[in-house]
Design a binder for this molecule. Structure first.
Ligand SMILES: NC(=O)c1ccc[n+]([C@@H]2O[C@H](COP(=O)([O-])OP(=O)(O)OC[C@H]3O[C@@H](n4cnc5c(N)ncnc54)[C@H](OP(=O)(O)O)[C@@H]3O)[C@@H](O)[C@H]2O)c1
Length: 248
């Protein structure tokens, strides 16, 4: 069987959870993989080792998506190590502590929008500057990781988080139209309740069985969708959002 080699993929927030599973799935699908992380270097190193174990090259870069300089450095270091990037998984994100809108303060709002929204816009912009055929690039794909919360609103928990992700859905639609003729597909995914460290203690135990499928999802189940969207198998898809939420 001929080995499939797809190019270089960059996964932000690839040290844990959905990003880590996506990195491993992409490596299994034939991509060399750059991952970024913010603090968990050991977890990032383990993901690099898992990608290498399936025969691909991989590198981890520490970069905070809330910092524009970090984003530029991240793209530079991954490109230097692995070559031109052809897929960007815009995944790094945080949730806010459970609270009602009436009790939010500026600091909380600035933090979640800075990382989830401004970070996602800056990563997408940096990807376009490198991949656009109008700017000398070879084209590519951007997969934005949003949330079902963007549609459901996340009342009584984190409406601010939901709003930060709704803006990411708008980024997917607008940017897809902007760069469709520049060789870049832009797609969004909206995970539901997925078993990762992102949840406050006890949340998954409390509501994990509430999706119609009766259980929370696994990071690997989201990663399989990401790998599909990044691949040529999704070559006629752009500007779409796909839910992976157990019917939620
Ligand atoms: N899990 C769910 O139920 C769910 C549902 C819908 C959407 N999502 C979205 O899916 C994405 C991944 O979530 P997850 O559940 O996999 O979360 P997670 O397990 O908490 O992992 C978050 C990842 O993002 C990185 N990260 C956090 N803040 C960052 C920053 N400022 N700059 C760079 N990297 C940063 C973390 O790096 P370190 O390891 O270094 O901390 C880690 O790799 C997020 O955008 C989240 O909103 C998750």
């Amino acid at each position: 069987m001929t080995e499939i080699v797809r190019g270089v993929a960059l996964v932000t927030g690839g040290s844990r959870g959905i990003g880590a599973a996506a990195a491993v799935a992409l490596a299994g699908d034939g991509w060399d993989v750059g991952i970024s992380y913010r603090t968990q270097a050991d977890d990032a190193a383990a993901v690099v080792a898992a990608c290498e174990a399936v025969g691909r090259r991989a590198v981890a870069v520490r970069a905070d998506v809330a910092e524009a300089e970090d984003i530029e450095r991240m793209f530079g270091e991954v490109t230097d190590a692995l070559g031109p990037i052809g897929a960007v998984i815009n995944n790094a994100g945080i949730v806010t502590p459970s609270a009602k809108v009436a009790d939010y303060d500026v600091e909380r709002l600035e933090k979640v929008f800075r990382i989830n929204t401004i970070g996602a816009f800056l990563v997408a912009g940096a990807a376009v500057r490198r991949m656009s055929t109008a700017r000398g690039g070879s084209g590519g794909v951007i997969v934005n990781v949003s949330s079902r919360g963007a549609v459901l609103g996340s009342a009584n928990e984190y409406v601010d988080y939901a709003g930060s992700k709704a803006a990411v859905d708008t980024l997917t639609i607008g940017l897809a139209n902007e760069v469709a003729k520049e060789g870049i597909r832009v797609l969004g995914i909206r995970p539901g309740l997925i078993e990762t460290d992102i949840h406050a203690e006890g949340r998954l135990e409390r509501i994990g069985a509430t999706p119609p499928l009766g259980r929370p999802g696994k990071a690997e189940e989201v990663a399989a969708l990401i790998a599909f969207l990044a691949s040529d198998r999704a070559s006629y898809m752009t500007g779409s959002m796909v839910d992976v939420a157990g019917g939620r």
